[in-house]
Design a binder for this molecule. Sequence first.
Ligand code: NAG
Length: 126
Amino acid sequence: MIRLIISLNFLLYWTPVLTEDNVVTQIPSVAWHLKGESAEIKCSHNKDFNYNQMYWYIQRQGESMELIVYTTASSKEFGSVDKNKFSTVKEIAQNGSLTVKNLDTGDSAVYFCAVKEHSVTELLYC
Ligand SMILES: *[C@@H]1O[C@H](CO)[C@@H](O)[C@H](O)[C@H]1NC(C)=O
C-alpha cells in the first residue's frame, strides 16, 4: 500500500493589486490519500464577482509550476495535462474545486489555485 501526501498551498493570490485583505483560500491545506482514491481540493476567495476566473496549477517537487486547467463558470481549458486525471466544478465566482482522480505517486505535489479578474488582461505572478 502506498500512502500519498498531497500538499496544497493555501495562500496564493494573483492580481495586479495586492492588499492585505485579498485572500484566496484552499481547503484542505494538506491531504493524505491512498493510491487509487480521488482528492477534491476546494478554493474560494473573498473578492467580488468580477474575479470569476480560476486557475489550477500543479508543482511537483523540483519542477516548475504547470497549468492544469483554467476555469470560468462557462468555460474550461486544460493545459498540457491528462484531461482524464482532473475534473473541476466552477459554478459561482467565489469558489471552485479541482478533483484529482485515480491518485498515483506522481500526483503527490503542491497544488495552487489562483483567481483573476475577468477584465484584466495582464497577468502578474506572485
Ligand atoms: C461554493 O459556495 C457555495 C455557496 O456558499 C457552496 O454551496 C458550494 O459548496 C461551494 N463550492 C465549493 C467548491 O466550495
